[in-house]
Ligand binder design. Structure first.
Ligand code: DAH
Length: 331
């Protein structure tokens, strides 16, 4: 190997490299582990040629570093000249979300009641047995008091099983007339399936005034069901039992899928169950110091998931709690 010839050849390759990739090729070719120079260095036996080859390597490395600095500077200059920011260019579009179907349904319900002059309220989710049961006139034997059905923290505190305690709060806060709807989450130890989840939402209404009758309850529910589901709906009452209403009823709304003729959704009855309702039991009035001879009222409670399910017509409520955008973006 002729060191002089090698140096000339390497110098012109380094100087002629137009970019960092070409420069790296030159480095590998002339200084890499398999280059002639490296092999010659490995084969050196005498001090003199060792020194010659070593200084040659040093010179080439220095030139390489210099050329690399030049090329990097040139690349930066090019990038700075090319990467101008055009502030008039439209920005990247961000995906916009929308309200969860339960929130949409909840607002829909709120609108219907606000239109009737009702006040909307929200109350606590951790309740006492006093407000969840006692003041609502639940007897000691009532099955909802069992830890098999209800999440208890201790003997007196639990996750509310219904929004009905709001009736007591509203009645204790001020004198009638009261027209209120309470909306929020409730909890029950239910096994999860297509129509049950241990956490769900209810809306709870209470109207207390002079001379309120069952006919007012029916008219109110009819109005609200039509506001939610459309003007063709009908409402009917079946008798039932609840501790805090007397008489108690279960309101049904006519099935919107078959128009009342009978189909799979309404189990061929033409009607859909919508929750519970009734006239406020005088015992509840006495528990909060309201005179049952002067005032009367009605109450009702209904699950929001059920309303959403009927409104959007989906077969299973579980996805409402799973946050899967493939499902939620459809509503
Ligand atoms: N709280 C009852 C439940 O969760 C529903 C209910 C029934 C609410 C009758 C009421 C009512 O206000 O009057 O099953």
């Amino acid at each position: 190997m002729d060191p002089k010839a090698l140096e000339i050849e390497a110098q012109s390759a380094i100087a002629g490299a137009e970019n960092l990739a070409e420069l790296d090729d030159a480095r590998v070719r002339f200084l890499g582990r398999k280059s002639d120079l490296a092999q010659a260095l490995r084969a050196v036996r005498d001090r003199e040629s060792g020194m010659t080859l070593n200084t040659l390597r040093g010179r080439l490395e220095e030139q390489l570093d210099q050329r690399r600095a030049e090329l990097e500077r040139a690349e930066l200059d090019r990038a700075l000249a090319g990467d101008q920011v055009d502030v008039t260019w439209p920005g990247d579009e961000l995906p916009l979300g929308h309200l969860h179907p339960i929130t949409q349904t909840r607002r829909h319900i709120e609108d219907a009641f606000l239109g009737l002059g009702y006040e909307i309220r929200e109350d606590r989710e951790v309740e006492t047995t006093e407000y969840n049961f006692d003041k609502l006139a639940f007897d000691k034997w009532h099955p909802a008091r069992s830890p098999r059905g209800t999440f208890f923290f201790d003997d007196t505190r639990l996750l509310r099983t219904e929004t009905s305690p709001s009736q007591i709060f509203a009645l204790e806060e001020r004198e009638p007339p009261i027209y209120m709807v309470s909306i929020g989450r409730v909890y029950r130890r239910d096994a999860i399936d297509a129509t049950h989840y241990p956490i769900f939402h209810q809306f709870e209404g209470l109207a207390v005034d002079r001379h309120i009758t069952l006919a007012d309850l029916k008219g109110t529910l009819l109005h609200v069901m039509r506001a939610i589901f459309g003007p063709d709906r009908r409402v009917r009452f079946r008798t039932h039992y609840f501790p805090f209403t007397e008489p108690s009823i279960e309101p049904d709304v006519s099935c919107g899928i078959c128009g009342g003729a009978g189909c799979r959704t309404c189990r061929y009855s033409g009607w859909l169950e919508m929750g519970g309702a009734g006239m406020v039991d005088p015992r509840v009035f006495e528990n909060v110091g309201v005179d049952p001879d002067e005032w009367s009222g009605f109450a009702f409670g209904c699950g929001i998931e059920r309303v959403a399910q009927l409104h959007y017509d989906f077969p299973d409520i579980r996805p409402l709690w799973e946050g899967d955008l493939r499902v939620l973006t459809q509503f």
